[in-house]
Design a binder for this molecule. Structure first.
Ligand SMILES: C[S@@+](CC[C@H](N)C(=O)[O-])C[C@H]1O[C@@H](n2cnc3c(N)ncnc32)[C@H](O)[C@@H]1O
Length: 349
């Protein structure tokens, strides 16, 4: 039976399903979930292209932020959560060299776990299985946008939720009263929302950050993702930011083919800053282009350009093409309306 049919049956038996439950099944169901089953998703031939998949300079450059926090006696631990194929971890670990003690790659997807184990990493399926406390860093790129969310809708001066119902064959969104935790989050972090506007309520992302902070007795949590502050997200609130991806393109309505598409939404970084603040930590939010430039990526680009020019004077066309392609890929990380517009949250514990 398809995942869609199973979800429909559950709704027929028990009534509408909270949106976060639907999203958890669509993404993590062990038989049919988008990440819970099937092939590795974050690859050039997969469904979306992330910064580390675009260029190894992402991981290498990030080393400049993590390195000062690692103890040099070999006891520090680096944890990447949602490590995918390992394209962030490999260049990062290589750049950190002997500064690093232990590296743990965490991913919920069995296909990703297999790829990470093949690459030689100690691999776990859940960050909460890491024995703490640790000193070092917890890093996550494009993870929090996938954690199950509730859907809140502004209704006059109050809030409603949208749950998943069924009208026979297909699934649809139905109005439901807002639960207390939903209202509490919305009042604290939604920012300005027009009547009827939609807000993805990211309670699991908040809990993830609390858990990552708790895992550390000292060090950094670095969260990179698309999204913005609540104020910056205001223009997107009329219809909300929930969407799907498949084969590098925007996919269909999330309710149409559960398990066959990624389901994601912009991360509300105001909420994460609030969690970091409540935990008594210091947190800074950057744009990805500024953050990587601050760590020297523009100098790297200048050096690659110089190498390309030098090779242009010789007759090794292949070598020149290789440097040119490396340069173009690294430039993509800074594109101001693309990956450069991502946000980087750095929390010091
Ligand atoms: C969008 S991909 C990003 C992969 C990689 N970080 C990158 O940037 O290429 C999200 C990854 O997070 C994993 N994931 C999703 N939820 C997770 C969770 N709760 N714990 C650990 N991994 C998770 C997925 O299996 C997937 O590999």
């Amino acid at each position: 039976m398809s995942l869609l049919a199973r979800i429909r049956d559950q709704i027929t038996q028990s009534g509408p399903m909270p949106f976060e439950r639907f999203m958890a099944l669509a993404l993590y169901d062990p038989d049919d979930g988008f990440f819970g089953s099937g092939p590795l998703r974050s690859t050039k031939s997969g469904d979306f292209l992330t910064s580390p998949e675009v260029s190894p300079w992402f991981g290498r450059t990030l080393a400049g932020c993590v390195e000062p926090w690692l103890r040099r006696d070999g006891e520090s631990t680096l944890v990447e959560v949602g490590a995918g194929s390992g394209t962030l971890l490999s260049p990062l670990v290589e750049a950190l060299g002997s500064t690093l003690g232990r590296t743990i790659a965490v991913d919920a997807s069995p296909a990703a776990q297999a790829a990470l184990a093949d690459a030689g990493f100690e691999t776990l399926s859940d960050m909460n299985a890491v024995t703490g406390p640790i000193r070092g860093a917890v890093v996550a790129n494009e993870l929090l946008d996938n954690l199950p969310m509730r859907l809140g809708v502004r209704a006059g001066s109050g809030w409603e939720e949208r749950w998943v119902g069924s009208d026979g064959d297909s699934l649809n969104l139905v109005a439901a009263p807002a639960r207390a935790a939903t209202i509490e989050w919305l009042e604290a972090y939604a920012g300005p929302v027009p009547d009827g506007g939609v807000v993805e309520v990211q309670l699991d992302a908040a809990q993830w950050l609390r858990d990552a902070i708790d895992l550390l007795e000292g060090g950094l949590v670095v969260v990179i993702d698309y999204g913005a502050t609540a104020e910056e997200l205001e223009p997107r609130r009329a219809i909300g930011t929930l969407r799907t991806y498949r084969a590098h393109h925007l996919g269909p309505d999330p309710l149409l083919e559960p398990g066959a598409t990624d389901i994601t939404a912009d991360v509300n970084f105001t909420a994460l800053l609030g969690v970091a603040h409540d935990a008594g930590t210091t947190a800074e939010l950057h744009r990805q282009d500024d953050f990587l430039a601050g760590l020297g990526l523009r100098d790297t680009l200048a050096e690659l350009r110089r190498q390309e020019l030098e090779l242009a004077r010789g007759d090794d066309a292949m070598a020149r093409l290789k440097v040119r392609s490396e340069l173009k890929d690294a430039e993509t990380l800074l594109h101001p309306r693309g990956l450069g517009d991502f946000r980087v949250l750095v929390v010091e514990v």
